[in-house]
Each structure stands twice: as C-alpha cells, then as structure tokens.
Design a protein around this ligand. Structure first.
Ligand code: ADP
Length: 220
C-alpha cells in the first residue's frame, strides 16, 4: 500500500532521517518506538504529508500508486483529507465547535456526501462510545472523551491510513487502555491500516509489528 525508499531529512547540518525505507501493507498495524529525538515524529509527519523531506532522485514515496513526490501543496492537502487520518497527543479539537461539528469538519472540507458522513458518524459514535457527548463543546468533555472524539474525526472520511503520534501520552492509565483497545478494534474490524508512535511499551506491543528507530535509521 505504501512504499518509502531512501527517505532523507535534515535540519541545517543535523541528519534526522538517514536513507530510510519502509513498506506498509494494507491492514498493517505498525508501532514505531525509539529514543527521544530519533526522528519518529518527523517520519510520521512526512508519511502524513504535513512535513517535507530532502529532494533526492533516489527517494520514492508511493501511496496506493500515487507518487507523493510529484504532488503540489494543493494536491497534497486534498490527498491528505481523503486518505489520511491523524491523531496527536493533544486532541486539537476546535473549542467553539461541538464534538459532532469537530468530527464532521474534515468531511465538509473534503465535500464528502452528507448522508454518508452522517451514517459514518453514527457508526463511529457507537464504536467509540461518544453518542452522549456529540452536542457538547470540548471544554465540557473529559480527557478520554476528547481523545475519542479526535479518533472519530480522524476516521470520518474512511481514510486508508491512520497515523497516531503518542495518542495516549496525555491520558490516565484507564483512558489509555480504552484507546489501546479501540485501536485494536479499528484495525481489526474496520480494516484501517495504522502507524503508531508511542513511548508506551504495552501499546507498542499491541501492534502487530514493532519497529525501532534510532538516529534516523531502523535498529534491530
Ligand atoms: P522523536 O519523535 O523521535 O522524538 P523528532 O522527529 O521529533 O524525534 O525529532 C528528530 C530530531 O529533529 C530532533 O533532534 C529534533 O530536535 C529535530 N527537529 C525536529 N523538528 C525540527 C525543526 N522544526 N527544526 C529543527 N530541528 C528539528
């Protein structure tokens, strides 16, 4: 589904990703672990098309046959809206919108079919157990509820790939466990391919494949 070859990224003179390659198959659940500063977030952001990488003729970044190195900014943002869901450590919900409006926002931006998006909203709300909070604004939700709303927002457009950067980093252990179980379900029952960056050892082991990144390279 996704094939990255010879990916490089530097900041000034610091090499952050060093000729990295990665194949992600449809249905994979991959966790990426490694010390702080290893390049995990940078890699996730490049996969999510929100960060750039060093131009190099050997680099290839294929996503379902689309060559991401060839898309301009406008094409990349449309691609991202349709194909990629992102979950961050902090929920990043818009405070002035209700949970429901936050969840539906990516479908409105992408001009997705209204009734299909509502059907998906209903399905996701049941899976994520957020039916009761849909009309509330984020300030009235618990930390766990906010993060589950953020998961629904990431999945509303039925993305092929779900990227998550420390999604339990800001949660207590009960809520973290709930999110971990939901990730399992999202991968197994909805068939969504997941790439997860986490420091939580238990969470990294829930993934079917665990990769270790060190100094911008895969470590064995
Ligand atoms: P990790 O997620 O593994 O902790 P990151 O991908 O966040 O690592 O960062 C890798 C390295 O890149 C770090 O040394 C970090 O300081 C550097 N870095 C990340 N973003 C920037 C930036 N915008 N400008 C300069 N250096 C950066």
């Amino acid at each position: 589904m996704i094939e990255i070859k010879n990916l490089n990224k530097s900041y000034n003179n610091q090499i952050v990703l060093n000729n990295l390659s990665l194949v992600i198959n449809k249905g994979d659940f991959i966790s990426i672990v490694g010390p702080s500063g290893a390049g995990k977030t940078t890699l996730l952001n490049i996969l999510g098309t929100i960060d750039s990488f060093d131009k190099n003729e050997k680099t290839s970044l294929l996503f379902e046959k689309t060559d991401l190195t060839k898309l301009n900014d406008k094409e990349l943002s449309s691609f991202r809206n349709k194909k990629i869901g992102f979950i961050f450590q902090f929920h990043q919900l818009l405070p002035e919108l209700t949970a429901k409006e936050n969840i539906l926002l990516p479908s409105m931006i992408g001009k997705f079919d209204y009734s299909k998006s509502h059907d998906n909203l209903n399905k996701l709300s049941s899976i994520l157990d957020i039916n009761k909070v849909l009309d509330k604004k984020p300030e009235f939700l618990s930390g766990g509820e906010k993060q589950r709303v953020a998961v629904a927002r990431a999945l509303i457009n039925n993305p092929s790939l779900l990227l998550a950067d420390e999604p339990t980093g800001n949660l207590d252990s009960d809520n973290a466990k709930k999110i971990q179980e939901l990730f399992k379900k999202i991968n197994k029952e909805l068939g969504v391919t997941i790439v997860l960056v986490t420091h939580n050892e238990k969470f990294s082991k829930i993934a079917r494949k665990c990769l270790v990144l060190k100094d911008g390279k895969w470590s064995k």
